[in-house]
Design a protein around this ligand. Sequence first.
Ligand SMILES: [Zn+2]
Ligand SMILES: [Zn+2]
Length: 155
Amino acid sequence: MSALEGGCACGAVRYRLKSGPMFVNCCHCQDCQRQLGSAFVINAVIETDRIEVLSGELAVTTLPTDSGRPHDVYRCTACGTTIWSDYGRRKVMSFLRATTLDDRAVLSPDAHIFTRSKLPWVILPPDVPAFEVFYDLPNQWPPESLARLQTLMGG
Ligand SMILES: [Zn+2]
Ligand SMILES: [Zn+2]
């Protein structure tokens, strides 16, 4: 795996991941579509303390969601590029926008979620699990990622 480094559009924010993510979700929900102005988002789920910000400043914006849970996005203060977000104020677990990595192809989705609102012209690969809404973590996440999650959640 090449170095997991990335940044924002203007180059002020640069970051490095201290390890690979626990899991990579490709989300086709309406919140993501609306907030990104795109068909889907690729989120690398990782412990927040494994995102090392090398330069630049981030500001937090709280976005409303259909579920009502707060969605805090972290953006470059200079150009506004979203680098990561967290849901429901669970600050320890971040959803890093995987296509802000310098190597956009280094992480590919482990699962497609919220396919019920997938745009009709998006064709999913047959070999990646896809879910109408979400999945049960123990059925999809590898054991080592579940162990990391358990450590993160303090249990
Ligand atoms: Zn920037
Ligand atoms: Zn989504």
